[in-house]
Write a protein that binds this ligand. Structure first.
Ligand SMILES: *Cc1c(COP(=O)(O)O)cnc(C)c1O
Length: 458
């Protein structure tokens, strides 16, 4: 029964807020994974280049470099002149049309571009409107693929612990079962097969600029044999292996050895499973390869991309697949991939994505190693702080891991005081800066992170 509504009683959700927008927002609008009466949000007054202009809940103004690139999307910065121009042009043509029975230049051109850039022979593209939905599509198409091969009982997925693949139900089911939201939805999530998290690895860059991977080999061998045992035990019920290649993002900013991805490729081949790589966070240069799968020279059967795809302008994701997968589904009883979002292949998003990917192609090889080098150099001092457990970098990703959970509001405030916007989680203060950061911006970010951690956690 709905609760009777009436004048609010009891104390207000929050002490009076000095930021008028935060005051209107507070208690009205839900924010991600946040209670209605949680800390009030910062109001964005403007965004340009790599900077956000913010009003804090207490009314103070901040001009801050966005160390998060808006959850890893805004790789070319805000109000990027190239992306702005393309968006305006497409608005002047048409912003949206349905994709059932219709097509348009931006969608076709983007599919041509993505299939030519992707690792391995990707032949087909299915557009989705967010990363989570693209994972749903990838999982669904894996079931359709297996059914088409006469193996309809293969309905589960093999994945590793510590993963993150999105917030919709099937995507949630392959997220880490402990740190994900499994306990909140007992009984509602499909029960998948979880291998341990691949052991940590680190990419070491020598003084002469050469790179090699380091990991605990015996831990890696033990992990590989556990994966093989699980695949053998469950082979008949498995449709696909689903994994974030090399870098697990929201599940803990965890870097693992390319050999682990090779093992998953072998296991998939031995047991007739598809290999689905979730490159939503890692794609478009972020890890120091155009796609993280390239660190392992592994070619997936299915690949999801999103996030930086539109440079953070609009929500768009895509599922790429091999010719073999496309043919199998075409031969199946249904013939079609059973999905079709309203905003599938939104022309505005596809037009901006074309321009964004073109910019990535032109810039990532210079910018990502440059940003990475500076992060390595300027985050390293954090290692001498007593409550820092680890500092790691890969590509344009920098992570400071504490020995205990981060005091998120305090570190956010302390970093803003240093001109940097961060959004820590669990025991991690990390950055995925826009690629267009100048050297000075990257130094500011790294020093802001180290300074904020030192100020708040000692
Ligand atoms: C962000 C993310 C998703 C989900 O994408 P949304 O656009 O937020 O739905 C899926 N997988 C990975 C690896 C991600 O980082």
């Amino acid at each position: 029964m709905p609760e009777p509504s009436g004048p609010p009683s009891g104390p207000p959700l929050h002490p009076p807020l000095q930021s008028p927008l935060a005051a209107r927002d507070h208690g009205l609008v839900w924010h991600p994974y946040a209670p209605l009466d949680g800390p009030a949000p910062y109001a964005v007054e403007g965004a340009s280049g790599v900077r956000l202009t913010l009003t804090a809940p207490d009314g103070t103004r901040h001009d801050a470099v966005d160390a998060m690139a808006s959850w890893w999307c805004a790789v070319h910065g805000y109000r990027n002149p190239v992306l702005d121009a393309v968006a305006h042009e497409q608005v002047d043509r048409f912003s949206h049309v349905m994709f059932g029975g219709l097509t348009h230049e931006p969608a076709v051109r983007l599919a041509e571009r993505l299939t030519s850039l992707a690792p391995g022979p990707m032949a087909h593209v299915f557009y989705a409107d967010s990363g989570s939905v693209s994972v749903e599509v990838a999982l669904k198409l894996s079931l359709q693929y297996q059914a088409a091969q006469g193996r309809p009982r293969r309905q589960r997925f093999l994945t590793v612990r510590g993963g993150y693949h999105g917030d919709t139900f099937a995507a949630m089911s392959v997220c880490d079962p402990v740190d994900g939201m499994h306990s909140a939805f007992p009984g509602a999530l499909a029960r998948q097969v979880f291998a341990p998290r691949p052991p940590a690895a680190r990419l070491v860059t020598t003084a002469t600029g050469e790179e090699h991977w380091e990991t605990d080999r015996s831990a890696l061998d033990a992990w590989a044999s556990e994966v093989r045992t699980l695949a053998t035990t469950h082979g008949d019920e498995l449709a696909a292996v689903v994994v974030e290649p090399i870098l697990q993002g929201a599940g803990g900013m965890h870097v693992y050895h390319p050999d682990c991805l090779r093992v998953l490729r072998e296991v998939a081949d031995e047991h007739g499973l598809l290999l689905v790589v979730d490159e939503i966070a890692t794609g478009f240069g972020r890890t120091g390869r155009l796609f993280a799968s390239e660190w392992a020279d592994v070619t997936p059967d299915v690949m999801c991309v999103g996030k930086a795809l539109t440079g953070g302008y609009l929500s768009l994701a895509a599922v790429l697949m091999t010719r073999e997968v496309g043919e199998a589904i075409t031969r199946s009883a249904f013939r079609a991939l059973l999905h079709g979002p309203t905003f599938m292949a939104n022309p505005l998003a596809c037009a901006v994505a074309n321009a964004s990917v073109e910019l990535v192609e032109a810039t990532w090889k210079d910018d990502v190693p440059r940003v990475g080098r500076l992060l390595r150099e300027h985050l390293e001092p954090a290692l001498s702080l007593p409550h820092v457990a680890d500092v790691r970098t890969l590509g344009a990703v920098g992570v400071v891991q504490l020995t205990s959970p981060v005091d998120v509001p305090a570190v956010t405030r302390a970093a803003l005081g240093r001109g940097v916007w961060v959004r820590p989680f669990r025991d991690l203060v990390y950055t995925m800066p826009p690629y267009v950061c100048t050297d000075q911006d990257v130094r500011l970010i790294a020093e802001g992170v180290v300074g904020a951690v030192a100020e708040v956690h000692g």
